[in-house]
Design a protein around this ligand. Sequence first.
Ligand code: SF4
Ligand code: SF4
Length: 86
Amino acid sequence: MTYVITTPCIGVKDGACVDVCPVDCIHPSSSDSEFEQYDQLFINPDECIDCGACEPACPVTAIFEESAVPAKDNSFIALNAKYFRK
Ligand code: SF4
Ligand code: SF4
């Protein structure tokens, strides 16, 4: 399982989730060279340890455990994974 970043992050990208993730699996962070190229952040499903720390840290409720992602944002499950498979 993994956590997934969804629509509300778009245009916000404040990085609060990056600051609390114990395994540094949320990218691009503001220090990554690609940060400006993306309108949201993504969680690496292969590295996320499902700790849940990022979910309450998000000011716009963009993060959900995979099985709890709202139906309208189901495509974000694949979208998060895709960022790490380039
Ligand atoms: S659930 Fe934990 S490990 Fe996974 S992205 Fe959030 S903070 Fe990082
Ligand atoms: S805390 Fe929420 S809005 Fe901020 S970067 Fe993470 S997912 Fe996006």
